[in-house]
Design a protein around this ligand. Sequence first.
Ligand SMILES: Cc1ncc(COP(=O)(O)O)c(C=O)c1O
Length: 415
Amino acid sequence: MSSEKKQLKGFGSTAIHAGHQTEGNNAHLTPIYASSTYVFDTAEQGMRRFSGEEAGYIYSRWGNPSMKEVEDKISALESFGLTENGKPLQLKSRLHASGMAAISTLMLGNLKSGDKILSHYSLYGGTQELMNRVLPGLEIEAVIVDLRDTHKAEEVLKNDPKIKMLYLETPANPTIQCVDIEVLTLIAKKHNLIVAVDNTFATPYLQQPFKYSVDFVVHSTTKFLNGHGTAIGGALVGKDIGLMNTRMEKVHRLLGGNGNSFDAFLLTQGMKTLEIRMERHCANGMKVAEFLDQHPAISKVNYLGLPSHPDYETAKKQMRHPGPMLSFEMKGGLEAGKKFIDKLQMCVRAVSLGSCDTLLSHPASMTHYGVPKADREKYGITDGLIRMSVGIEDIEDILSDLEQAASPGPSKGGE
Ligand SMILES: Cc1ncc(COP(=O)(O)O)c(C=O)c1O
């Protein structure tokens, strides 16, 4: 069944069926197309394909059926239930080799020398480094302010006509800060900015930035979309189909950050269970946050479902649930944090997020190692901060592992 043939009513059914096209041999699942190139019947046909007169595959860097299925699935979920001018919203997605490749296509496809990006504190470390270390070499500069104060955005934009893009990551990695997509997009549009949102932490199940008329969404599909930690990947999703099919497609093809068939296959299968996984991730996330919040060894918990979180209301407004991501600080700072992580027996010591297993990492020494200490502390990433991606294991097992790891005393021999 193809999503074009039938508009499905449920998000879960759309996640399972959208994007699938019946292929020649009637395979149930779209096979992994392990072919770099595609055959033309005649030279004429090759010319028609290249000119765009005839649809069809040419070369896998440009796309193939395995990648198209997942691209269309992501578009269907990001636009699920949304309309524009009374018709279902149409989106176009391009699969990338990684989230960073998708972000690079977004930036390099839309910005030129002399342009600036307005963004906020506490972005994923790689995105921050791209803005600090790579884009300035192309004379593209980032202006970083606390966009939770929307007046600041207004003020900065009034005084700086070189800002061409608003780039949001919400909830943000790893402090779980949230910014108001609707209000910031309205402000940005008054100044003709391009608006892009990294929707990795929320996924379209929890939050749909296109509801607020943003121009682009990016994903590290490596995380909750894939859901099983089996492949690195990224997606760039755009609302201007013409732009996606011309300029953005060109940049995607020429920078060479394309995805591949095997990873696309894994992503397609992973995405089919997005809804039920997210429900369980979020239910567990709330219970873990409540447990940590009352624990005597823990000084602070950043979780959007706790009314103590400064962005509680913003999250409630734009997210279905507060999500599976949280971070917290041990009372004993860095040393206590390291000891806690070392004592874990079931929960996994690893960076990344969004897999079925609960993952814990230490941003200061891992994901944000490349960000200067003064900068990261300004963004709330202290030495003792621990980030947690709450998995879908049974909650009793997660809580008992956290309890034994937080208790005083020597390690019980965590793996
Ligand atoms: C919010 C966010 N955006 C983008 C990325 C980059 O994604 P990738 O590692 O797939 O390149 C990450 C990676 O952790 C992330 O957490």
